[in-house]
Design a protein around this ligand. Structure first.
Ligand code: TYM
Length: 332
């Protein structure tokens, strides 16, 4: 059976980008057709300046939102990365296979390190090695497919490279994974800054729709989205990024096609109104279920405890095999 692994980082509240780019497929497709694991990757949240209480709170919230969105613990494994030691164990071995040049070439590292330095802060070493830990997340489970948004492509490529290199040097140990992306909304852009991705921890707050935003907040954000100087509604990602983004969001929420939808609208106002309502409708059941789950924190904790146990059992044999293959003396 195909093995699927993916994750979310608890560095901010989950966004419409996370939902349309990744979570929705995990819920609607992956958990039904594959042996799937979904992880709250909390160790990754420590790579930039962080508040310990906030990371804890966001980790719990992310788990609750994933379950509210429809991940079913009977069908898939939902767990927290730091509960399974195998991720950190394997990450170190992969650091011995990766090179520093490879790490410095990673686009996200360059962007985030640049931002940290511009703010006068220092760059944590873990930000540089982040993609290695991500590779460990994936490779520990002998993952075939990694369903992610566009922004993670380079990281999954690195995981592939490290798997191939390790296998060549030390004998076949890892499955070589591949990224999968949604057909539309693989990169949802910020509504106020359509040249930038809609990210959880952005500076362009009013352009970010959060999964838990109240309907009126969603409406306000979408109605105030930046459009382009033209007037007709056409799907042109390069020339009309603001409108194209709205068309993609609308298409992803309604199951249509962004180019076809472009022909339907005569004004930006009408497009925004329908997009806002479509987003509200997509988020409504998730928010309702989230409210129920918040009233039952014991349930979420139980799911995470079982998930960690299952994940550990899946990861351990592969990570142990990697320890032996690379030349470490077995403990017993
Ligand atoms: P993270 O937490 O930034 O995002 C979680 C998932 O949401 C997707 N995504 C988007 N998709 C479309 N449009 C957007 N604006 C948008 N923003 C985010 C991301 O592509 C991702 O699929 N490094 C990862 C977490 C991670 C991981 C892993 C993922 C750690 N280990 C192993 C897969 C496998 C990250 O920061 O995702």
């Amino acid at each position: 059976m195909t093995r699927v692994f993916s994750g979310v980082k608890p560095t901010g509240h989950l966004t419409l980008g996370n939902y349309l780019g990744a979570m929705r497929r995990w819920v609607g497709v992956d958990q039904h057709r594959a042996e799937a694991l979904f992880c709250i990757v909390d160790l990754h949240a420590l790579t930039v300046e962080h508040d310990p209480a906030r990371v804890r709170r966001l980790s719990r919230q992310a788990a609750t939102v994933l379950l509210a969105a429809g991940l079913d613990p009977e069908r898939c494994t939902v767990f927290v990365q730091s509960h399974v030691d195998e991720h950190a164990r394997l990450s170190y071995l992969l650091e011995c296979v990766a090179t520093d040049g490879e790490m410095r070439r990673m686009i996200q590292y360059r962007e985030k390190a640049g931002l940290e330095r511009a703010r006068g802060g220092s760059v944590r070493l873990s930000l540089l090695t982040y993609p290695v830990l991500m590779a460990a997340d994936i490779l520990a489970y002998r993952t075939d497919e990694v369903p992610v948004g566009d922004d993670q492509t380079q990281h999954v490529e690195l995981a592939r490279d490290l798997a191939v290199r390790f296998n060549q040097r030390y004998g076949h140990t890892f499955v070589v994974p591949r990224a999968t992306h949604p057909e539309v909304a693989a990169r949802v852009m910020n509504l106020k800054e359509p040249a930038s991705k809609m990210g959880k921890s952005d500076d362009f707050g009013p352009g970010i729709v959060y999964v838990l935003d109240e309907p009126d907040v969603v409406r306000k954000k979408v109605m105030r989205a930046v459009t382009d100087s033209g007037r007709d509604v056409v799907y042109d990602r390069a020339g009309r990024p603001g409108v194209a983004n709205l068309l993609e969001i609308l298409a992803a929420c309604t199951g249509g096609n962004p180019s076809d939808l472009g022909g339907v609208y005569e004004s930006y106002g009408a497009l925004k109104k329908d997009t806002a309502e479509a987003v509200v409708e997509v988020l409504r059941p998730v928010q309702a279920r989230h409210k129920e789950l918040c009233a039952d924190p014991g349930y979420v904790e139980g799911v995470l405890r079982d998930g960690a146990e299952r994940a550990r059992a899946m990861a351990r044999p592969t990570v142990d095999a990697a320890y032996r293959a690379i030349g470490l003396l077995p403990a017993s």
